[in-house]
Write a protein that binds this ligand. Structure first.
Ligand SMILES: *[C@@H]1O[C@H](CO)[C@@H](O)[C@H](O)[C@H]1NC(C)=O
Ligand SMILES: *[C@@H]1O[C@H](CO)[C@@H](O)[C@H](O)[C@H]1NC(C)=O
Length: 373
């Protein structure tokens, strides 16, 4: 009994930690940090003047076969800038210093000249910023009943992590759908989605974009885990409603090549397993496809992003389950990656990586990687 209690306590802690680290969340957490300036040490620092920053007219795409870029969404505060720079530094050291792919940085807030200059200074490729995203991209669906959305935030306040957050929901809807309609992504074949503050811990002797291209991969991930059920009470039935309307687009659960076994226990019970999307390399033609766009519109019209608290990782993952074959989804065994200082994938060949194999989240009871393999 005591064992069970401690086990369930542990599980609850895990779930909490996990939701904490969910995409676009580090920024929210950062904003809650105690304000260090409240300490009574007066340090006066002279302002640094940076020349005005302009996006390049066209991004330079170094690979002759396809156009690809690193893409993220950030807040505009100093903590987010520090986290963004940490991750860019690691992406550069790990792989991009030899490849020079460009970066595209989104924000719903205005980004300062300092912010843009200090982020750009680290990158060996071009960098373009799209800040102050308008409500078409970062906002409610045209179909949202705002009263109902406010009621949901109130209802989930305290009982579901970020259940009260409007911002979390806007970010989730953006990353699951409206981002793929943004003009900045239309010319891209691939994106490498990253999150500020995440770590890339190994030097890579290969180009992951090239790997996606050479092997016809559509989607990729390095951490798989269970979603928190209270955030998605009706997601699965909504998705099944969509699938019933579009049987021609949807993989049969009986197909040997499908990913259905990843999310269905005993061939029928939805287990809420999903690919984490805070590191995700994807073929953007998948997200621009008629099927994905119809899927997003269907979910968006159901308003589960707002009347519940659907996260983009499980929405994106379920699209892979519906539309892709298993060979089109890639697990990055060879990329060392860490989220929120805890969730770690440390490669089997760890010798050049700053992680410890012992830290591997894949061996954790809360990982569901084994259901994919
Ligand atoms: C919006 O939701 C509220 C609360 O659930 C409801 O009372 C109202 O009738 C809804 N409005 C519309 C136009 O459906
Ligand atoms: C959530 O609860 C806190 C504390 O009761 C309250 O201050 C806050 O306004 C609530 N937020 C929402 C969105 O209901």
């Amino acid at each position: 009994m005591a064992f069970l209690q401690s086990l369930s306590k542990r599980l609850v802690l895990r779930i909490a930690a996990c939701v904490l680290a969910l995409s676009v969340i580090s920024t929210v957490v950062l904003m809650a940090r105690p304000n260090l300036r409240k300490r009574k040490i007066a340090i006066s620092r002279p302002a640094v003047n940076y020349p005005p920053f302009h996006n390049p007219e066209h991004l330079h795409h170094p690979n002759p076969h396809f156009k690809a870029a690193y893409v993220t969404m950030t807040k505009g505060d100093a903590g987010s800038l520090a986290n963004l720079r940490l991750t860019i530094r690691q992406l550069e050291d790990s792989v991009n210093h030899q490849r020079h792919y460009p970066y595209i940085i989104f924000s719903n807030e205005p980004l300062s000249t300092e912010f843009k200059t200090l982020a750009r200074s680290l990158s060996s490729g071009d960098m373009a910023f799209y800040d102050k995203l308008d409500s078409t991209y970062y906002g409610y669906s045209p179909s949202t009943n705002l009263t109902k959305a406010a009621e949901a935030r109130e209802r989930m306040n305290g009982s579901v992590l970020f259940g009260e957050s409007e911002d979390y929901r806007f970010a989730s809807r953006f990353m699951a759908g409206t981002i793929f309609r943004h003009p900045a992504l239309q010319e891209l074949d691939y994106y490498w989605r990253f999150e500020t503050g995440t770590e890339y811990m190994c030097p890579l002797a290969f180009d992951p974009f090239q790997y996606m291209y050479d092997h016809g991969k559509k989607l990729s991930f390095s951490i798989a885990l269970y979603e928190y059920g209270d955030t998605i009470p009706t997601l699965f039935e909504t998705i099944m409603g969509f699938a019933a309307r579009h049987p021609d687009w949807v993989q049969s659960t009986a197909s040997k090549n499908s990913i259905w076994p990843f999310v269905l226990d005993d061939k029928k019970t939805f287990n809420m397993c999903h690919f984490w999307s805070n590191f995700q390399i994807a073929d953007l033609s998948f997200f621009r496809s008629e099927a994905y766009q119809a899927y997003f519109d269907y979910l968006d019209n159901s308003n589960g992003f707002f009347y519940e608290r659907w996260g983009d990782p499980i929405v994106l993952s379920m699209a892979a389950v519906l539309f892709l074959e298993k060979e089109q989804v890639h697990f990055w065994d060879d990329i060392g990656y860490r989220v929120a200082g805890y969730f770690t994938h440390c490669p089997a060949d760890y010798k050049q990586c700053s992680c410890r194999p012992h830290e591997n989240f894949d061996n954790d009871g809360y990982s569901c990687l084994s259901k994919f393999q």
